[in-house]
Design a binder for this molecule. Structure first.
Ligand SMILES: [Zn+2]
Length: 401
């Protein structure tokens, strides 16, 4: 069966070279045998043989003659979209979102959302496995061709070993192994901010930039880093914990148990706390009606209040933008990125958030360094994590990351 080759051990040289060939077609879209040979530095007969074998296994398709004016027209080859599928699972605090991409990276199913309570319990783990299984069963594709399931979780995650330390770390087995046992499909685990960043990198706001800093402003605050076109993980996959940098001299206890973390002043939790403080002071805002209507404080309500030009909500987003921007300025000095992306739910406030961040960057970073950096808002928005989970799953199976 076609799927076996990709799951085969990459120590076989032929397997590695075939994976490189598929990677090249992912990046280029389609290519001639001569172009593949040049890119992979292989001989024409070798590439012809690999192409023929990959066509027999249904991984790639002959797309016919290239339509170019004049000269010889070589045959071009591209990936077969139906060679395999990748499921993405974005686990959020109150819901799980699922989607599927085909082998070419096209989203073929999206919009499946299930209410869920993310808690560090056996019951929540069982429920998550059930949700993934139910989703795969209802897909209108040959589900035996689902090659991998990519799952995003918040907190400390080690994608290389498959361990999650913030959720479902009940014994000494990797979480990926436990889920694989339940659903019968290989699993790739990723930190939520890094998955969002990867979604933007392959299918969002990033064009050709290769050095990128992504900031996820959600209930918590996280970051993802791409260096020379590859996600940067650090030793154990814990890079990007910018929310827990000790940045402030305050007395607010953070979710991590320490105090003074950046997240205590620049995150959804901070917004909720500041809103309640302002309400207690007697300030007016359309937020209070929204909170009463929904019975709780929702980030989506806060974003709506900003976009409806609620003065209090704008003041709060300006404050967190400036606090955040001061630290982004430091990260720009450190990394010299080409692009900084503001992502996560609060990035939907667009320029209300971007402008104070930009202002703080101008004020606090080195002028020569920040001239290299574009500050942009995420294009995929709240879809970013889900698309990233699918894309990361494919990239990891193919050895691209
Ligand atoms: Zn903290």
């Amino acid at each position: 069966m076609a799927t076996k080759f990709l799951l085969q051990d990459s120590r076989y040289k032929t397997t590695t070279l075939k994976k490189h060939l598929i990677q090249h077609l992912i990046i280029s879209g389609s290519s001639s045998i001569a172009d593949i040979a040049k890119e992979l530095q292989l001989s024409i007969p070798t590439v012809t043989k690999f192409v023929s074998e990959l066509m027999n296994d249904n991984y790639i398709l002959d797309l016919g003659k290239q339509n170019t004016p004049g000269g010889r027209k070589p045959n071009i080859y591209g990936l077969n979209p139906n060679a395999g599928y990748f499921v993405g699972v974005d686990v959020e605090v109150k819901k799980v979102l699922l989607a599927t991409i085909d082998f070419c990276g096209n989203v073929i199913d999206e919009g499946y959302v299930v209410r869920y309570n993310l808690e560090d319990t056996e019951e929540a783990f069982d429920r998550l496995c059930e949700i993934v299984q139910d989703y795969i069963h209802q897909l209108e594709i040959d589900t035996s061709k689902v090659l991998q399931v990519g799952i995003n979780l918040g907190g400390r995650v080690n994608p290389k070993t498959g361990f999650s330390y913030s959720f479902f770390h009940f014994d000494d087995k990797p979480l990926t192994e436990k889920i694989e046992k339940r659903i019968g499909i290989p699993v790739n685990l990723e930190n939520d901010s890094r998955a969002m960043m990867y979604g933007e990198f392959l299918a969002g706001v990033v064009k050709n930039e290769k050095n990128i800093l992504f900031i996820n402003i959600n209930w918590g605050l996280g970051a993802g880093i791409i260096i020379d076109g590859k996600p940067y993980y650090g030793k154990s996959g814990f890079s990007g914990e910018v929310g827990h940098v000790c940045a402030l001299d305050n007395e607010i206890i953070c979710n991590c148990g320490k105090k003074g973390c950046l997240e205590t002043e620049a995150s959804g939790y901070a917004i909720e706390r500041m809103s309640h403080e302002r309400k207690a002071q007697g300030c007016t805002s359309i937020l209070w009606d929204m909170m009463e209507e929904h019975g709780e404080f929702l980030l989506s309500d806060f974003v709506e209040a900003v976009l409806r030009e609620d003065v209090l909500a704008i003041e709060i987003v300006e404050h967190i933008g400036f606090v955040l921007g001061r630290w982004v300025a430091g990260l720009i000095n450190l990394l010299n990125p080409e692009m900084v992306i503001l992502g996560g739910p609060l990035s939907a406030t667009q320029d209300y958030l971007r402008l104070p961040v930009q202002s703080a960057i101008r004020k606090y970073s080195l002028n020569l360094v920040n001239q290299d950096t574009q500050l942009v808002v995420s294009k995929l928005g709240i879809r970013g994590g889900l698309i990233g989970a699918c894309m990361l799953s494919r990239s990891r199976l193919l050895g691209m990351i």
